[in-house]
Design a protein around this ligand. Structure first.
Ligand code: SF4
Ligand code: SF4
Length: 133
C-alpha cells in the first residue's frame, strides 16, 4: 500500500517534538538530529507551532533541480531518493517550497520523508495522519 503523510490539523500541535524523536528513533538514533519531520514555534506558545514535512507534491520541484536524477517521483506524489546517485549538492534543499528537506549531517545526503507514518503513532494530538492511496 502506498502511503502519504498528511498534516491533519497543525493548530493542535503543542510543540512536544514527539514526532521528531520518533523519526530519529525509527532509524536507531536517540537525538534530535537528522529527523525527517520538524516542528517550529511560530513565536510563543500563544501563536502555536508549525509542522514541516514533505507534502508529497505531485510536481516536486526538488526532483527537477537534481542534476543527477537522484530523486524519483512517486506515482502518488513526493519523491524517493537513490542515495547511490546523489552527489550531496543540496539543490533539492533550496528548491523545496516547504523547507522540508535537510541534509544528513553524517552522509551529506538529503533527508526526505519516507511516508512510513511511524511519527503519526507518537503524536497524541492527532496532528499527523497517513493517507493510503
Ligand atoms: S520535498 Fe518538498 S518539493 Fe519535494 S516533494 Fe516534498 S514538499 Fe515537494
Ligand atoms: S543533494 Fe542529491 S538529491 Fe539533492 S539535488 Fe543534489 S544530487 Fe540531487
Amino acid at each position: 500500500m502506498i502511503r502519504r503523510l498528511v498534516i491533519e490539523d497543525a493548530e493542535r500541535c503543542v510543540g512536544c517534538q514527539s514526532c521528531m524523536f520518533a523519526c530519529t528513533r525509527r532509524e536507531g538514533n536517540a537525538s534530535l538530529e537528522d529527523q525527517r519531520i520538524h516542528v517550529k514555534s511560530l513565536g510563543g506558545v500563544a501563536r502555536g507551532f508549525t509542522v514541516i514535512v514533505c507534502r508529497a507534491c505531485k510536481d516536486p520541484s526538488c526532483m527537477y533541480v537534481c542534476p543527477v536524477d537522484a530523486l524519483q517521483k512517486r506515482e502518488v506524489g513526493g519523491v524517493r531518493l537513490s542515495s547511490e546517485k546523489c552527489i550531496g549538492c543540496g539543490r533539492c534543499v533550496d528548491a523545496c517550497p516547504f523547507s522540508a528537506i535537510t541534509m544528513d549531517s553524517e552522509t551529506n545526503k538529503p533527508l526526505v520523508c519516507l511516508y512510513c507514518g511511524y511519527c503519526m503513532d507518537y503524536c497524541a494530538y492527532g496532528v499527523l495522519g497517513v493517507e493510503k492511496v
